[in-house]
Design a protein around this ligand. Structure first.
Ligand code: SF4
Length: 351
């Protein structure tokens, strides 16, 4: 980005937003005040997750926990169960801790620094909540804003090295008086432009309010930006999980330790997840009971830092005597099972 790059006019983006804004359940309608609880909840849910995936969870969550106080007072197991399937479960634990802190303090802090000090709120979320809920002139840089800023100023350096330059470019956008006069709308206008017009593979430049000022468009490199350094392949890990049922149609489950990967979530009992594959006799030492174990299927699942290959084995016994707890197979939808375990349940149920 050259210092001389012209800054695309905030007024044009805001005028476009006034006509084309997305209607989303956590958004205030024009003239309405934003609800900080809804804004914060949606921002936490949207981390690493698409709007389409979040929508049903958001509505169900809000029905179950209609206020930050209701969320703070709920048992952690209920919060984890409501979150099950959304992934990145540390978010749910932090969400609960944050709700307790906010309810205890009588409300959300209204500035970036105060929000940043709460559990689970990083620099992006603090800026987003401050701008959207409290009208603080801050430009939250998510993936959409990163893409738009990289393009309008033609930042050609690859991510992640380009992060600082792109953040500086986004801040330049927000310094314009029109943006500072409507921080909440300006932040959401940038989100919407990135989500609906300046999309990753094929930006619709012809209908873009910043067409005339966009440096990447002028240079013919819009779809190439932002450039990204090649990703390293995720390592593969192996595990075996046990589907143990009894004649009453119940299955054995256990709770993962409260901290760490998928902490506090429910799982089928299983081995650790390790780099080398498990030999047939080896995993038997981890079986919850002696039983006639038979193969039920395989599951592949990508977690943040590794790919997981799981062998599901199944057995039925007259009575289950093992560490863990029993749940009717028909009631598993309400359990706090992460996506990888839901896949295991599907495979075992179909076997
Ligand atoms: S002109 Fe094209 S590349 Fe530039 S901001 Fe608009 S949609 Fe994105």
């Amino acid at each position: 980005m050259s210092p001389a790059s012209s800054v695309p006019p905030a007024a044009a983006l805001l005028a476009w937003y006034d006509r084309h804004r997305r209607r989303l359940p956590w958004r205030a309608e024009p003239g309405e005040a934003a609800d900080p609880y809804r804004v914060w909840l949606s921002e936490i849910m949207l981390q690493q997750t698409t709007v389409v995936a979040v929508l049903p969870y958001y509505e169900a969550f809000l029905t179950r926990f209609p206020s930050v106080r209701a969320l703070a007072e709920a048992p952690e197991a209920d919060v984890m169960a409501a979150w099950a399937g959304l992934g990145y479960y540390a978010r749910a634990r932090n969400l609960h801790a944050c709700a307790k802190a906010v309810a205890g303090a009588g409300g959300f802090p209204r500035d970036v620094a105060g929000l940043r000090a709460l559990p689970g709120i990083g620099p992006y979320t603090a800026s987003a909540v401050a701008a959207i809920a409290f009208g603080v002139p801050a430009v939250p840089v998510d993936g959409n804003v990163e893409r738009v800023a990289a393009r309008v100023f033609a930042v050609t350096q690859a991510l992640p090295a380009a992060k600082q330059d792109i953040a500086a470019a986004a801040a330049r956008l927000g310094e314009q008086p029109e943006a500072r006069a409507r921080p909440s709308d300006f932040a959401q206008a940038l989100f919407d432009l990135g989500a609906t017009v300046c999309t990753p593979a094929s930006p619709a430049c012809g209908v873009c309010p910043w067409l005339g000022a966009c440096a990447a468009r002028r240079a013919g490199i819009a779809a190439e930006l932002p450039r990204k350094a090649p990703k390293r392949a995720r390592p593969l890990r192996h595990g075996v999980h046990f589907w143990l049922t009894d004649p009453a149609g119940r299955v054995l489950l256990r709770r993962r330790p409260p901290r760490g990967l998928l902490g506090g979530m429910t799982e089928l009992p299983g081995t650790e997840w390790r780099v080398s594959p498990w030999a047939a006799t080896e995993w038997l030492a981890f079986a919850p009971m002696r039983a006639e174990w038979r193969p039920a299927g395989q599951v592949r699942h990508g977690l943040t830092h590794f790919e997981l290959a799981i062998e599901v084995v199944a057995a039925s016994v007259p009575a289950i005597r093992a560490e863990g707890f029993l749940r009717p197979v028909a009631d598993l939808a309400g359990e706090a099972l992460p996506s990888v375990m839901r896949k295991c349940v599907r495979v075992a149920s179909a076997a």
